[in-house]
Write a new protein. Structure first.
Length: 71
């Protein structure tokens, strides 16, 4: 169950596409590495954004065409 304080942020982030979501997640992670706990609850925000990032991650390979039926 998501924290009620984080729901608006995660609902906004759910609408973002892969490159933007990745950049935001990477920036927050880098800030957390440099400055320990700069924003309260940043760990929960990072976990939520990471979950959304993995959920939006798409397979970039070309789809395999269906097999042809012999006639």
């Amino acid at each position: 169950m998501a924290n009620p304080m984080l729901l608006p942020l995660l609902n906004w982030a759910r609408k973002l596409r892969y490159p933007t979501l990745f950049k935001i997640t990477a920036a927050l992670f880098a800030i957390t590495l440099v400055v320990p706990d700069p924003i309260p609850m940043i760990d929960e925000i990072l976990l939520g954004l990471g979950t959304l990032l993995l959920a939006n991650w798409k397979n970039r390979k070309a789809p395999i065409p269906p097999p042809r039926r012999p006639r």
